[in-house]
Structure formats: C-alpha cells, structure tokens
Design a protein around this ligand. Structure first.
Ligand code: GAR
Length: 222
C-alpha cells in the first residue's frame, strides 16, 4: 500500500499529474530547429526559450505573430529571435496567411512548428506541408473543451480536475494525437484568471516534452 502511494507521489510533479511521466528527453544532434506561432503574451515562448538552454537541445529560429500587440514580440526581441508580424486582417483567406507562414518557416529550415498560444485556425495548406510536425498547447484535458475559451468553459461546467494538453495539429480543431497531458485540481474559489495562471505553469512543464516526442519521431524517420 505504502509503495503504491509512493508511486503515485512520484508521478506527481508539484502535485500535478503528468502523463507520460517518465519521459526521457532524447539528445538532438544537430539541435532541433523550431519555429513558433504566437498571438498572446508569450509565457509559453518564454518558458520554451529557457528550456532550450537546459532541457531540450533545440533552437527557436523564428517567431510569427498575427497581431502587433502580442507580448511574445518583445520576448523574441530580447532573445535575438527573428520575428515576423503577419496581420491576419491583411489576408483574403486563411490559406493565403498559411502560405506566408510556410514560406517563412521554409526559409529558416524549420523542423517543428510550435503553436504557443496561436489563436488562428490553420488550414490543410499548412498542416499537410508540416504533417505531424505542428504541435499545439491547449488549456484543457482534451478532448474536453476544444476551441476558444477553454478555461471559462471548464469553470462553467464545474469541472473538478482540468489541465493542459500538447498535441499534434490536425485539420479538425484541437483533435490531433495527444502527446502529453498534465492535470490539476480546480479550487473552489478559482476564477478564470487564477485557474489559467496555474494551467499555464503546467503548460510550460509539458510543451517542451511534447516537442521532444514529436522531434524524436521525426529524427527516426530521417
Ligand atoms: C495558453 O494558455 C495556451 O494554452 C492558449 O493560449 C495561451 C497563451 O498564453 N492557447 C489556446 O487556447 C489555443 N486554443 P501565452 O501567450 O502566455 O503562452
């Protein structure tokens, strides 16, 4: 019994259950070349930059944002990461935006695209060009609460355990293969802000692991 309890505790990192929990991060020689898509404040980008200096042998070669207010832009600047702003309002179709995204990522020889808070739907144009090589982080335990406003939906449904998911991007929104998930308790007094803050802390713990899983498959298929 005591052994079982110890096992459960070992599976919990800071009280959060992460699965798979015993993941060994492979070495990447040469280092993985990452391109990041972001729309928001950039906490996942910031964490990823830090982790590529310690845990994950990868480099973020460029960032693409779809709005000029994204906090991610400053984070990229401070870390000497090239950044392109592609305002989606300037495009007639999602496909045209995806074409420009592809051209930028091809220019940098990107192997894996990381959606770190990217709030635009992408089309098969991008998905098929980078098949199994686009990873998204989503603030719920998929397949629950796909799409926008996942955290407010979580609270509306009075869900007791939630978390985040890193998954492969497929055409249907938030539906691709789940690579890794982390779970946490919803507290009785949580509001959207407090819950999102805790979810994002665990997002930072799993996103790089999801990239490592996808990256190792990619390198095996070289
Ligand atoms: C993250 O919580 C991410 O899960 C969410 O946007 C936030 C971006 O935060 N993404 C989605 O909801 C995608 N459906 P950040 O800009 O601080 O990394």
């Amino acid at each position: 019994m005591l052994n079982d309890i110890n096992t459960i505790f070992r599976m919990c990192e800071n009280n959060n259950l992460i699965s798979p929990h015993n993941l060994e991060i492979p070495t990447f020689v040469p280092r993985l070349r990452l391109g990041v898509l972001a729309s928001g404040k950039g906490s996942n980008l910031k964490a990823l930059i830090r982790l590529t200096k310690s845990e994950l042998e990868a480099d973020i070669k460029c960032l693409i944002v779809n709005n000029a207010q994204a906090g991610a832009i400053d984070i990229a600047k401070k870390n000497n990461i090239d950044c392109s702003i592609l305002n989606h309002n300037n495009y007639k179709s999602r496909e045209e935006l995806d074409e420009d995204i592809i051209n930028i990522f091809l220019k940098y020889n990107i192997e894996i695209i990381v959606m770190a808070g990217w709030m635009r739907i992408v089309t098969p144009v991008l998905i098929n060009k980078f098949k199994n090589r686009i990873i998204n982080i989503h603030p719920s335990l998929l397949p629950s609460f796909k799409g926008a406003n996942a955290v407010s939906k979580t609270l509306e449904h009075k869900v007791k355990i939630t978390g985040c998911t890193a998954h492969i991007v497929e055409e249907e929104i938030d539906s691709g293969e789940i690579l890794i998930q982390a779970a946490l308790r919803v507290n009785e007094n949580d509001n959207e802000q407090s819950l999102l803050k805790r979810i994002q802390l665990i997002e930072h713990q799993i996103l790089y692991k999801g990239i490592a899983i996808a990256g190792s498959r990619l390198r095996i298929n070289y």
